[in-house]
Design a protein around this ligand. Structure first.
Ligand SMILES: [Zn+2]
Length: 135
């Protein structure tokens, strides 16, 4: 599989902080309720912290109370890539940035949240960077 933005591992390591690298490039998960965007209601666009691709917007963000920023839909369906993840003895769907392949989080479905899609993109704050909308 190839991505539009590809860099050798040592370059990612140099460009990202150790915590960013661990989540984005090693599919780690930040601790619940600690991420900087968990409860953020600021209007704006959330971009990939690794490559800057626009991934989510505040319009699709909702309060899931799960401890991570949650979106019911990506900005564009082509902005993210969904991959079957059988790690940790579970079957989950991993969400990656489709431009650089960095790990963002997981998507869950059918949980009964009152959103248009009944999906919850559970995304690590540290994978994103919020650009507040100019008002
Ligand atoms: Zn990216």
């Amino acid at each position: 599989m190839s991505y539009e933005v590809e860099k050798p591992d040592e370059q990612w390591r140099a460009e990202l902080t150790p915590a960013e690298y661990q989540v984005l490039r090693q599919a780690g998960t930040e601790p619940a309720f600690r991420g900087e965007y968990t409860d953020t209601k600021t209007k704006g666009v959330y971009s990939c912290r690794a490559c800057g691709a626009e991934l989510f917007t505040s319009n699709e963000k909702f309060e899931s109370h799960c401890g991570w920023p949650s979106f019911f839909d990506p900005k564009d369906s082509s902005a993210v890539e969904l991959i079957e993840d059988r790690s940790h003895g579970m079957l989950r769907t991993e969400v990656r940035c489709s431009r650089c392949g960095s790990h963002l989080g997981h998507v869950f479905e059918g949980e009964g949240y009152p959103t248009p899609t009944d999906q919850r993109y559970c995304i690590n704050s540290i994978s994103l960077r919020l650009e507040p909308q100019e008002s």
